[in-house]
Write a protein that binds this ligand. Structure first.
Ligand code: ATP
Ligand code: MG
Length: 175
């Protein structure tokens, strides 16, 4: 008799971590297009980094790579925007959690008319607010060189948490 596989225990695994340096907005967008190829329905991507770090620029590339309708812009007047797929892929739900005070409950109340498990969800400013959506998530932290505001260099750390990301090929993004 075959033994059932042991359940995945996050405590026994190091999170998958990949570091990257990006030198222009175009390259950030290109990274988004490539990262999109690793994403699938149900994925949660959390983007952190200060104002102007490039979170929305990266999301624009994600939208292009996923082949969704509508240009990704800063959701200034809305908390979340749904971009349906132009093909048969998952929709992109782009959330700006900056003004999402109460966290997830509020997000469920947004009445997005989309099934979150069937979507790729990308959240800006989501720390402490959306983690409970899923144990598996990809955290992207964007650091900007301090002091030089004209610098286009960004340092990224991508951390894949949970079984979903254990073997997802994040390291291929550095190539
Ligand atoms: N390497 C880079 N990657 C991304 N954006 C860059 C880069 N270099 C310069 N920029 C510029 O920085 C700005 C990033 O803006 P963006 O809206 O993507 O940031 P954000 O992190 O979403 O900010 P916010 O917190 O206000 O939502 C753009 O004007 C972009 O042209
Ligand atoms: Mg933004």
């Amino acid at each position: 008799m075959e033994r059932p596989a042991a359940p995945y225990d996050p405590a026994e695994h190091d999170p998958a971590e990949t570091r990257l340096t990006i030198t222009s907005p175009e390259q950030m967008r290109e990274l988004g297009r490539r990262l999109a190829k690793l994403l699938r329905a149900g994925d949660l991507v959390m983007l952190s980094g200060e104002l102007g770090a490039g979170k929305t620029t990266l999301t624009r590339g994600l939208g292009e790579g996923l082949g969704v309708r509508g240009a990704v812009t800063s959701p200034t007047f809305v908390i979340a925007r749904v971009h349906p797929s132009l093909g048969d892929g998952p929709p992109l739900v782009h959330v700006d959690a900056y003004r999402l005070g109460g966290g997830l409950d509020e997000m469920e109340d947004l009445d997005l008319d989309v099934s979150l498990p069937d979507s790729v969800i990308v959240v800006e400013w989501g720390e402490g607010k959306v983690e409970e959506l899923t144990e598996d998530r990809l955290q992207v932290v964007i650091h900007r060189a301090v002091g030089d505001t004209t610098d286009e260099v960004r340092h990224l750390t991508l951390t894949g948490l949970g079984e979903r990301w254990a073997d997802a090929g994040l390291e291929t993004l550095t190539a």
